[in-house]
Design a protein around this ligand. Structure first.
Ligand code: 3HC
Length: 482
């Protein structure tokens, strides 16, 4: 399959990014928008994105001009008639996409491959609306398209032989890695990523922890490139809401019901970066709070030495009459708190990596003790993440169900371990894929953490995936590969 002329329909953030990727790889691009105003916005995206690369010294002015010169902008879809491939990046409304593909099918030459960049809508339904279902696929890029290295190539039961591999080869020419998948809601990445982002919104809504604290925990503690709320703002809250709706319709899993907070923000027009405000964008200057006077503390329970050592190194010694009792733990601390003479002084401390300390406040913890714990973590060089005293605290509660979902996805036969790992690394910039992460955290630790989450929430999908459970029972520490 020879692809030299490519049409891109829709030049919003994703469409413009996709057009840039093709033009950078030397292909001619026809960019189509509905009207002159939208076209001007699309041109603006292209100029800003390539201009930023020039400013950073990654692109010369000549090369920028060459790239932009390969893109022809038009408001007439008829200009797509000779394209070898047309990829659509329009709003996630199935009705709209179906009628667009009917039109593209009429306009384009019979050999043209028609691709959708849909995040989660059924490619099969779009293909079936055309007279060439065998030449319709999903070609799913990740935001920001010029940066993220993954393309999911979605084939359907009616895709003609050679089309998926042809598009995967083209992705390679664009400098991307293709992962070929079947047509299921969310494909690999969104099926695993979006429920985690949605869950983060639920945790904020429930007052489990704050927006900034959750973002800090996932970025600094787990090493993800962005916290969930920064990422939701990048993706667009409307897109996230729509993807969750599609996932829920397919799975009927309660966890996939879009978080009410997402609906609220979307309805208010707070869509994230594209509208200037979403979870972020309206920050009052954060007040710098002075340290809360003399802080006295004790560290109790197994694993105390590390934390006490850090505090000692910062010049703080345990006291016999502590204002706060810090208890290192990865489980809720309420049962230890009630054994203290003054339970209001206990705060659970869960170290995540070497930069983050989750601080679990029980229903009895006093504000003074919670504040003292925060201050102590700061002097110990840790980022405090205050949260409620619930199973998994923030990080494990967000991470373990995601890891479990990945195991279930593999068990379902939808994708291989290597493909799932590669998709999450390349599509989301994660430092490691879910199976790599599971193995480095320890399968037993994740299985036991999931059991604790399940016991607390009785959420069926928190129950450890059978494969995970079996590997732990068999004493294995790695997944079968190859
Ligand atoms: N457009 C073009 N280039 C961009 C860009 C943009 N919007 N944003 C960043 N870049 C480039 C920068 O120019 C820079 O390039 P250089 O190294 O050649 O100079 C590089 O990316 C790194 O940028 P920064 O140093 O400014 O910022 P970071 O190091 O923080 O990286 C990031 C930014 C690449 C966005 C990184 O934070 C990341 O990987 N985040 C995760 C993004 C993610 O998960 N995307 C997938 C979302 S899911 C999705 O899209 C599917 C959909 O269906 C919902």
């Amino acid at each position: 399959m020879a692809f030299e002329r490519v049409g891109v329909v829709g030049l919003g953030t994703m469409g413009a990014g996709i057009a840039e990727v093709f033009a950078r790889a030397g292909l001619r691009v026809i960019g189509v928008e509905a009207d002159a105003e939208a076209l001007a916005r699309g041109r603006g995206h292209l100029e800003r994105s390539t201009g930023r690369a020039v400013d950073r010294g990654r692109l010369t002015r000549e090369r920028q001009a060459e790239i932009l010169g390969r893109v022809t902008l038009t408001t007439s879809r008829e200009d797509l008639r000779d394209a070898d491939l047309v990829i659509e990046a329009s709003p996630e409304i199935l009705r709209y996409k179906v009628s667009l593909f009917e039109e593209l099918d009429r306009i384009c030459k019979p050999e043209t491959v028609l691709a959708t960049n849909t995040s989660s809508l059924p490619v099969t339904a779009i293909a079936a609306a055309t007279g060439r279902p065998g030449r319709v696929v999903g070609m799913h890029f990740f935001n920001p398209a010029p940066v993220m290295k993954l393309v999911e190539v979605v084939g359907t039961v009616v895709t003609a032989p050679g089309v998926v591999s042809g598009i995967a080869e083209l992705a390679g020419r664009l400098g991307k890695t293709a992962v070929a998948v079947g047509d299921r809601a969310g494909f690999v990445v969104n099926r695993l990523l979006l429920p985690y982002l949605n869950h983060a919104a639920v945790l904020v809504d429930q007052g489990m922890a704050g927006r900034d604290d959750i973002d800090a925990a996932m970025k600094l503690g787990v090493g993800l490139p962005m916290g969930p709320f920064t990422l939701l703002d990048l993706i667009g809250l409307d897109t996230a809401y729509e993807v969750m709706g599609v996932l829920f319709d397919e799975t009927r899993d309660r966890r996939h019901a879009p978080a009410p907070l997402l609906r609220e923000l979307v309805t208010a027009g707070l869509l994230g970066r594209k509208s200037g405000r979403g979870f972020y964008g309206d920050e009052a200057q954060e007040e710098q709070r002075p340290m809360s006077g003399a802080v006295t503390f004790d560290v109790a329970g197994p694993g105390s030495e590390e934390l006490a050592g850090r505090l000692r190194a910062a010049g703080f010694k345990p006291s016999d009459d502590p204002g706060v009792v810090l208890r290192p733990t990865d489980r809720p601390v309420i049962e230890h708190a009630v054994r203290l003479q003054d339970p209001s002084r206990m705060v659970g401390v869960h170290l995540v990596g070497d930069r983050v300390a989750e601080l679990a406040a029980t229903a009895l913890t006093s504000d003074a003790a919670a504040r003292a714990a925060r201050d102590l973590m700061k002097v110990a060089g840790l980022t405090p993440v205050p949260c409620k005293d619930r199973a998994g605290f923030v990080v494990d509660a967000l991470l373990f169900p995601y890891l479990n979902d990945a195991v279930r996805m593999y068990e379902s036969g939808y994708a291989s371990i290597d493909d799932i790992d590669a998709a999450m690394r390349l599509g989301c910039g994660y430092p490691s894929g879910p199976f790599e992460m599971l193995e480095s955290l320890g399968l037993a630790r994740v299985r036991d953490g999931l059991r604790a989450l399940y016991a607390e929430h009785r959420e069926p999908s928190y129950a450890p995936a059978p494969l995970l459970d079996q590997l732990v029972t068999a004493g294995l520490s790695a997944f079968p590969r190859g």
